[in-house]
Design a protein. Structure first.
Length: 460
């Protein structure tokens, strides 16, 4: 079976789901289109009632939803509970603000009256990743469903139970059948969905390779797309930064979700005046992590999402070493069973090293000793990615000035890149285009229609 959940802690196969037939796919597309014809005409209050109820269900049964995340992709149970809460926050945010975000906008015009109104496009297709199985879905679904669109989602094949739980969540919340549709589709069927005339837009969060393929297919069909792809976020540490606080956030920024986050702090750029001390304390903090069962609240180092993900990262570490980098392990040896990776710091990674330009998706950080902030900015921008980044300094205005020069979609001062419903999320360069969350997220897949009332006696 292509859609299969395997517990990465012990390798146990939890559940398998068959791919749908072409006939089932056609039925789903027809049902989504038919539902859109009525859902798109619902009032904001009617759509908000469903969205708020979905948030309420998540808050009423957090353990039930969180457990699936931990079992399917190894996330620490505490982080799974946080993701469930964040997902509920996103639902509430758009239930509360969608109507205001999409209010008609009057325009100044020389004669008559002109206004831009926002209307839904129709059926949207989302391709979503495994690393945040609910949050990623909410980022796509909540604003678009509130805007009057309906959504169909191909979730990652490794989290099929989470995918199904999210579809059931919408149904339990009162959404008509077809407002949110989970699809266990083949790669060939993904192309068919993108090509289908009933589908009006495509959103993907995933790898650069997947984004390129999906965007090309959608572009050929002349359809709007948004892409959120990889990242190699720099974390710049200036000599006036609070060292203890900075190390704390550097560990969090690198190790949250076991480092499997697009906006993880993957490259640590530390001023040479404090580099030795920072490296010592950073390694010590990593060494204090406890590997074990992610369902155990005492565990602080979980397995990666799959054995394949762990093997891929191990190969990248080996490649880095082969080309001259030094690997500094941190902590006791991790278990030999399960998809565990030893926390590792890579130093001496030169620009000629193949890993220099790669995204390391896991508990491995690249450490760079920098001479001054100009070198930090140069290295920070010397990547094909441009998703997030952060600057640590006690001089906030100076930090803002450096942030202005970083080529990315998001920059945080004195905190690793992170997310909240009200903050726009997205990048530049090969990290993709478009924005999710905030007021910007709900603007991506709506028709901004000009209605211009010209006086009858106006001159031609």
């Amino acid at each position: 079976m292509s859609y299969q959940s395997v517990n990465p802690y012990n390798g146990q196969v939890l559940a398998s789901f068959p791919e749908i037939s072409d006939a089932e796919l056609e039925d789903a597309l027809s049902r989504a289109q038919a539902t859109y014809e009525t859902w798109g005409r619902q009032t904001f209050d009617e759509r908000a009632a469903v969205t708020r109820r979905a948030a309420q269900i998540l808050r009423e049964r957090p353990d039930e939803f969180a457990r699936l995340l931990t079992m399917e992709m190894g996330k620490l149970i505490g982080e799974s509970l946080e993701e469930v809460d964040l997902t509920a926050d996103i639902f509430d945010y758009y239930a509360d603000n969608a109507e205001r975000f999409l209010e008609p906008v009057p325009l100044d015009t020389r004669e008559g009256e002109a206004v831009v109104v926002n209307s839904p496009l129709g059926v949207l297709f989302g391709v979503q990743p495994w690393n945040f199985p609910y949050y990623q879905l909410a980022r796509f679904a909540a604003p678009n469903v509130m805007a009057g669109n309906v959504v169909m989602v191909k979730h990652a094949s490794s989290v099929p139970q989470s995918a199904l739980a999210f579809e059931r969540l919408y149904r339990e919340a009162g959404a008509p059948d077809g407002v949110y549709t989970n699809l266990y589709v083949t790669k060939e069927q993904v192309g068919r969905v993108i090509d289908d005339a009933r589908v009006k837009g495509v959103a993907l969060t995933g790898s650069e390779a997947a984004g390129s393929v999906v965007a090309a297919r959608a572009g050929k069909a002349i359809k709007k797309t948004t892409l959120e792809l990889g990242g190699s976020d720099p974390l710049i540490v200036l000599p006036d930064a609070d060292l203890g606080r900075t190390v704390h956030w550097a560990v969090w920024g690198r190790m949250n979700n076991c480092g499997q986050c697009c906006v993880a702090s993957k490259r640590l750029l530390v001023h040479e005046q404090i580099a030795d001390k920072f490296l010592e304390e950073f390694r010590a903090a990593l060494s204090g992590l406890t590997a074990g069962d992610p369902m155990d609240e005492k565990t602080t180092l979980p397995p990666m999402s799959s054995q394949h993900a762990a093997d891929t990262l191990k190969a990248q570490i080996a490649e880095a070493i082969e080309h001259g980098a030094q690997a500094i392990p941190a902590g006791d040896p991790v278990p030999t069973t399960g998809a565990f990776i030893q926390p590792t710091i890579l130093t001496g990674v030169t620009r000629e090293n193949p890993v220099y330009g790669q995204e390391l998706f896991g508990p491995v950080a690249m450490f760079f000793r920098i001479q001054d902030e100009e070198e930090a900015i140069t290295i920070a921008n010397d990547t094909d990615y441009g998703l997030g980044g952060s600057v640590f300094t006690s001089d906030i205005e100076h930090g803002k000035a450096i942030a202005e020069r970083i080529e990315s979609g998001m920059i945080f001062i004195n905190h690793p890149t992170w997310t909240a419903p009200e903050l726009p999320f997205g990048g530049v360069k090969k990290s993709g285009y478009g924005r999710e969350l905030s007021w910007l997220g709900i603007q991506e897949f709506v028709n901004k229609k000009l209605i211009d009332v010209v006086p009858i006696d106006a001159s031609p």
